[in-house]
Design a protein around this ligand. Structure first.
Ligand SMILES: CC(C)(COP(=O)(O)OP(=O)(O)OC[C@H]1O[C@@H](n2cnc3c(N)ncnc32)[C@H](O)[C@@H]1OP(=O)(O)O)[C@@H](O)C(=O)NCCC(=O)NCCS
Length: 189
């Protein structure tokens, strides 16, 4: 542990510690996760990882190779891929977040990353991937699914709206320095 870095950026350190604790709690929530029969949607396995890394790199400016490989182990049950003719054409990674409210303990899911192979976009794969995975979230008593999307990412915003997500707030500097994004939410119960 680099103590000098902790002293120079204590807020950053607390935030990353908080994230690590929540992620660990999230993996506990995955114990006993129930899977349903899904049309052309499966959970990730190591053989399809190179294809997923390619689709991620094509879909986003920032490559997240290390994080995606880590998630394929840690959040395997909620790291979904969609296939067409047995070929992976997209993926969607969720993280689970335990929350406490007046109603008690609740499970929320956040869409950490989603992308469809450029050659297969606008053909309904993104929508099917979300619908199938969200069906499974509901079966597992996830109360809300939320995500953050750049205000300029029209294809993604349209996809989320068509799937039933609503904009709940606008935030700055979360999707990048001086960038604005929407927090969007879908209530399942
Ligand atoms: C966002 C993304 C996943 C959408 O996937 P997709 O498979 O192309 O989306 P779908 O074909 O299922 O479209 C779903 C809805 O969104 C709308 N939509 C999709 N692409 C659109 C576009 N380029 N412009 C406007 N609307 C669009 C469609 O109207 C469609 O609704 P419909 O079925 O009623 O016609 C895809 O564009 C992508 O991988 N982008 C790069 C990565 C990214 O930005 N991820 C999101 C980060 S928050």
């Amino acid at each position: 542990m680099n103590l000098a870095r902790i002293h120079s950026k204590p807020n950053l350190y607390i935030k990353s510690l908080e994230k690590a604790i929540l992620d660990t709690a999230g993996t506990f929530l995955l114990r006993g996760w129930k899977q349903i029969e899904k049309e052309n949607v499966e959970i990730v396995d190591d053989t399809v990882l190179p294809e997923i890394l390619r689709i991620q790199a094509e879909g986003f400016e920032k490559k997240r190779r290390g994080e995606i490989i880590k998630d394929s182990n840690k959040f395997r049950n909620i790291f979904y891929v969609i296939k067409s003719q047995n070929k992976v054409v997209g993926y969607c990674i969720y993280h689970l977040k335990p929350t406490f409210s007046r109603r008690g303990f609740e499970k929320k899911a956040v869409i950490y990353s989603i992308a469809i192979d450029r050659k297969f976009r606008s053909k309904g794969f993104g929508k099917r991937l979300l619908e199938e995975s969200i069906r499974e979230m509901k079966l597992n008593s996830v109360l809300t699914v939320f995500l953050y999307v750049n205000v300029n990412n029209t294809p993604a915003i349209k996809l989320y709206e068509k799937t039933g997500f609503l904009v709940v707030k606008e935030v700055e500097n979360l999707c990048g320095q001086n960038e604005r994004c929407y927090k969007m939410e879908l209530k399942l119960f």
